[in-house]
Design a protein around this ligand. Sequence first.
Ligand code: NDP
Ligand code: BG6
Length: 514
Amino acid sequence: MPDTHPASAPSSSKLREVPPTAIIIFGASGDLTARKLIPALYNLNLDNLLPTDFYLFGFGRSSLPDSEFQQLNITHIKDFSRRLFNADKWSTVQSKTYYQTGSYETLSDFIILKEKIDALEKNIGKPIQLLFYLSTPPTVFKPTLENLGNSGLASRHLGTKLASKVIIEKPFGRDLGSAHDLNAIITHQFQENQVFRIDHYLGKETVQDLLILRFANSIFEPIWNLNYVNYVEITVAESLGVGKRGGYYDQSGALRDMIQNHIMQLLSLIAMEPPISTDPEDIRNEKVKLLKAIQPVKLAVDGGDVVRGQYEEGLIAGEKVPGYLQEADIYPNSYTETFVALKLLINNWRWNGVPFYVRSGKRMARRVSEIAIHFKYPHGSLFKEASKYDLIPNTLVIQIQPDEGSTLIINCKVPGLETRTQPIKMHFRYATTFGSETPEAYERLILDAMLHDNTLFIRSDEAETSWKLCTPILNFWQECKHHGLEKYTAGSWGPTTATELLWNDKHEWRKIDA
Ligand code: NDP
Ligand code: BG6
């Protein structure tokens, strides 16, 4: 076998050329637009990834002249972009930025938008693809989608690669029934390949790397199964509380907000079978198969496989923070969970009997998302004397964020004339190897949608399969109300029952380094 690599492929930006595009953001006066969408467009433009014919439209009930929207966008870039504002660079987009005041419920407002776009197309003499971004609260998804259909905006250039596309923000429904209804509304107005259901975790570099780690390296796949893996942990912990989003969060809770989407995506990528190709459908087929193989969760107030908690006053980074019930816009007697831990079992040949423990919470000790694969103890170890040999089972930790990278924990001989062992960590850090300037998730996702690549987006059956697992849990909690809701101190790792969930199986959550 030659020991050399083939000549490197042409750079991705040359392969991935965006056609003339107009992005239309519904809810353009909102928080997501300010913090994520406009900064993402700014950074794509800075990297020359937007086409020369790129147009930005805001749409919403707020009355904003074009100039005010343009000015606001500059403020958002200055406040939230990962790179400094460069007025010259942005001027090309700025001069093609418009805002239309309109109601999401009023068809004539959508027809005016369509007329503007038709006129623009005529003016530049080229067809333009439209990318709609639904960045409003989900209550207005339905009328917006219907008006996109009824105005003819949804069907422009259908059948060509310039066909209109729509990005739909989370939450994608509240339960299985509402997700199913939303899918029905969407597919009435759009074909599935025009639809991009977003889960921003899929846009994170480290999450994209899961496929590469597993399937572009030959050492992992042979041991990625019940013969070698003891258990798997997925932690998505936040130190922030609900902030200004109390109104939304109190109706949602951690299971809907984080587990049903972000954690289930991480789980499906880490546990799925190898796809037969990198075609989006092949990857999504495997993810759905995996989600379908997860067993219904054992539900009981005591001794079930699910723990839910709510934070109380505590200390975060030495600062006193209020409890959940004292946060703004929270119902005083709320039993909404801000923490969830689940034990999941996957009924297939690869994973039968291997527990997957997942947890997510707000106001936890620190912000960290990681996946830990705990391998089994070595068979018939030669090194049995506990006083001399500090042996641990191997663990592969994939740090999703922050401090992105991975760590392999192995046993090593302590240098010296005696044979003693000690666990050591082999570290890889993205920042050290590649530098710290990695694109934000929304940059990659918006670019992919413009390029009609839906690999990193959720298919309708993925969303519904995940809801199928989560909905019985939500229904159970609805019946239990406060019964079984554990309290935990802000700044801790969650309720003690979450620790017991693993102890019952003689496992424990990894002690995450400070
Ligand atoms: P906002 O609450 O800021 O709303 C966005 C815009 O929608 C508002 O500026 C407003 O624009 C319009 N709007 C608000 N409420 C209503 C209403 N009741 N009826 C009609 N229009 C309304 O939302 P965000 O920007 O925070 O979020 C947008 C979407 O993105 C949501 O679906 C959210 O769940 C999702 N999301 C948000 C995240 C975030 O960090 N903000 C993170 C992940 C997902 P106008 O009055 O001008 O029409
Ligand atoms: C969002 C949730 O989807 O993800 C928020 O609605 C949460 O509650 C956020 O804070 C976490 O995202 P990230 O990228 O900061 O881990």
